[in-house]
Write a protein that binds this ligand. Structure first.
Ligand code: SF4
Length: 426
């Protein structure tokens, strides 16, 4: 672990050219992000305006959770709606009325559009405005797109957060504040808060917060630290409001977490001695926890198929801290401003692809035969049947993996399929 690499000086190496692929994709749509968003924002309700297919998708993605009163639902567009024979707005108002009557605990309702509602051009922006007026002072309404047309599942969260940015109050001054972007589990958020406090960095807000009404002020003093790699449009909207993005790796593993905190510490001019005092012990714990998995991972070859947008930071962690060999890293979307630090930390020779053309990509996996392929659920089973070990990328979205204390668990997620294979061979 080399501390020097974490002092970002704006001189990152220009490495790895990126090959763009366009073709058949196999990625869940943005509705999937409702599963982790509704867990985080505890007084929000997500109302998808879509078809029965959308309802099944959300239901099965969240199927592992049994709720007496779930905080998501689908207003199903029927044939009459799709044929333009019914007034969808009237229907929507009726369904919203039902939700409001049943759920006094709900403070914000997200109206989430889907492929069918976008195809019939149902304007949920207008609907949200109308409903905000109707329920003024009681319930907030926000609209965003979770449609699978041109978007992948982690972009659903980006779209949700971006739609909330216009409701953030103006800071009204240039006093420095830190805004951490992207959904984190409560346990990780609490750990991060304690470390920022120890470093004397503040005020700190997490976006999204635990309540939909936690809307942090934004202005020229706002410094943005992305905790998730898929928040690019939200970053752009916040930059348009005067905020500045801090360049950092993502907080995966000991090294990534150290670099992430270091970026904030540099912006707050925290002395190096204090940084070491606060970060030293968690950093050592993280290194030790990761080292427990190294013998199993070192030298193993891994391919990432494009799915979650977590691919580059995960690949960096597995390569630099766990000794894995990177065969190919596919990502659905490469956003320069969020990924430039991560890209500069990858080996120069690694194959990087953006977008997807499924068949040629699978051909490459079959030819390369990596020890592990990180991919979507739909691709995993066929590859397993061909004797290739896989890891579902969506599992990484539902598991707390950020920060020092989770570094060992993160490495463990990748040893598991390899251990299973070893056991099957015995
Ligand atoms: S939004 Fe589109 S891709 Fe997603 S479940 Fe509905 S129809 Fe399918």
């Amino acid at each position: 672990m080399n501390e020097a690499v974490l002092a970002w000086d704006g001189q990152e190496k220009a490495v790895n050219h990126l090959v763009q692929e366009r073709g058949q994709r196999a990625v869940f749509c943005g509705l999937t992000s409702i599963v982790w968003l509704h867990r985080k924002i505890q007084d929000a309700f997500f109302l998808v305006v879509g078809s029965r297919t959308c309802a099944h998708l959300v239901q099965s993605a969240a199927g592992v959770m049994i709720f007496a009163e779930p905080r998501f639902a689908t207003a199903v567009l029927s044939d009459r709606d799709l044929a333009g024979m019914a007034d969808c707005n009237e229907e929507l108002d009726r369904v919203v009325g039902q939700v409001v009557a049943r759920r006094s605990d709900i403070k914000t309702i997200f109206l989430v559009s889907s492929c069918p509602s976008e195809v019939i051009k149902l304007d949920l922006g207008n609907a949200a405005e109308r409903l905000r007026r109707t329920y003024a002072g009681k319930i907030n309404f926000v609209d965003y797109s979770g449609s699978g047309i041109e978007t992948t599942f982690s972009q659903g969260e980006d779209s949700c957060l971006q739609s909330l940015v216009k409701q953030l109050p103006d800071a009204g001054n240039e006093d420095p504040s830190l805004l951490v972007l992207g959904t984190l589990s409560d346990i990780v958020e609490d750990q991060f808060r304690r470390l920022f406090e120890g470093l004397g960095i503040g005020p700190v807000s997490f976006f999204p917060g635990r309540a939909a009404g936690d809307l942090p002020p934004v202005g020229p003093g706002t410094r943005l630290l992305a905790a998730q790699p898929y928040v690019n449009e939200t970053v752009r909207s916040l930059q348009a409001r005067g905020a500045t993005l801090l360049r950092a790796p993502f907080p995966y593993g000991a090294e990534g977490s150290q670099g992430w905190f270091r970026a904030a510490a540099d912006a707050w001019q925290v002395p190096v001695t204090r940084f070491r005092e606060v970060i030293g012990a968690p950093l050592e714990r993280a290194r030790l926890a990761v080292s427990q998995h190294q013998s199993q991972l070192t030298g193993k070859r891994i391919t990432f198929l494009p799915d979650s947008q977590l691919e580059l930071p995960l690949a960096r962690f597995l390569n630099r801290e766990c000794g894995m060999e990177l065969v190919e890293i596919g990502t659905p979307l490469f956003e320069q401003q969020l990924m430039q630090v991560e890209k500069s930390l990858l080996p120069e020779t690694v194959r990087l692809t953006e977008g997807q053309d499924l068949d040629p990509q699978l051909d490459r996996v079959r030819r390369d035969r990596p020890d592990l392929t990180v991919c979507g659920m739909g691709i995993a089973n066929p590859l397993e049947a061909e004797g290739l070990r896989t890891k579902w990328s969506i599992e990484l979205m539902f598991t707390p993996i950020q920060g020092f204390e989770q570094a060992g668990d993160l490495a463990g997620l990748f040893t598991r399929p390899l251990t299973r294979e070893a056991q099957l061979k015995v």
